[in-house]
Design a binder for this molecule. Structure first.
Ligand code: ATP
Length: 257
């Protein structure tokens, strides 16, 4: 990975937008004390994801926003963009990483114009064996610390030089995902148990509905039979009454004659 350009606006002493082009080879930044040389390196580390305000020589993260001078008012936001080439000479692959902070609104990242998480930016740099905490970035007064590094810190430097820092970040990421998945599985078990209880209640209700349907059918058939029997009795009674009437009529006729 090669950093090709650093664009700074409103960050620390860089109140006006400024471009620092980093050409192939060695780049030196020279200037009088307090002109902002260290601020350049801090802008780089901040955009790579540095979240410790103290390591950026501030009390809070908003201290990186231009605080104003006797002649210029403070700024409401700071924005730093890093133009990278993650490819090689034959296949250049330019990416632009931007971090922006606004007073009272926190900071946000973009890669190639798309909003991304801090983790995505950390991974991009970790894959290229660099990042905000890379031992390759030596802040002011930190040379002594590099020399007196503890074995674990030295190991981090060696791992970074070997290009496996990205693997550590991915492993941490994978472990986090695994923990989240385990928690999800646990929750799913609980949901399945709840659903089992509901299914048992529904099975009971379905059995009751089946019985209700069968009994209703029996009642319908029994009522049909009863109506038929009543109809048959009524027809028989009507026949008998008709025969009686005819006999009476015959008697009346005989008596009349
Ligand atoms: P040295 O050579 O002494 O190490 P340097 O060139 O590295 O100095 P820096 O330490 O990068 O300089 O810059 C310090 C300057 O940045 C100081 O003048 C300080 O006032 C200014 N500065 C830091 N933070 C802010 C801010 N939030 N707003 C305005 N100016 C700031």
């Amino acid at each position: 990975m090669q950093i090709k350009r650093l664009r700074i606006a409103g960050f620390k002493s860089f109140v006006d937008p400024a471009d620092l082009r980093i050409e192939p080879g060695l780049t030196g930044v020279v200037g009088p004390n307090g002109c902002g040389k260290s601020n350049l390196l801090e802008a780089l580390r901040w955009t790579m994801g540095e979240n410790s305000a103290r390591s950026l020589r501030g009390a809070g993260m908003e201290d990186v926003i231009f605080a104003g001078t006797a002649t210029r008012p403070p700024r409401a936001f700071a924005e730093v963009s890093i133009l990278l080439d993650t490819g090689d000479a034959a296949n250049p692959d330019e990416r632009e990483v931007v971090r922006r902070i606004e007073r009272g609104a926190g900071s946000a990242y973009r890669i190639d114009g798309r909003d991304v998480r801090a983790k995505d930016v950390a991974l991009l740099f970790a894959d290229a064996a660099t990042g905000a905490h890379s031992p390759a970035l030596v802040s002011q007064n930190r040379i002594g610390a590099v020399i007196a590094a503890k074995p674990a810190e030295r190991r981090a430097m060696l791992e970074e030089a070997a290009g496996i820092a990205g693997l550590h970040v991915r492993r941490k990421d994978a472990e986090q995902k695994l923990r989240a998945t385990e928690a999800n599985l646990l929750r799913l078990d609980e949901l399945i148990a709840e659903q089992d209880v509901r299914a048992a209640a529904l099975r009971r209700q379905a059995r009751a509905a089946d019985r209700y349907r069968a009994l209703s059918e029996q009642i319908r058939v029994a009522e049909g039979r009863m109506i038929f029997a009543r109809w048959r009795d009524a027809v028989a009674a009507a026949d008998a009454a008709r025969a009686e009437a005819q006999a009476a009529e015959a008697q009346v006729a005989a008596a009349t004659a």
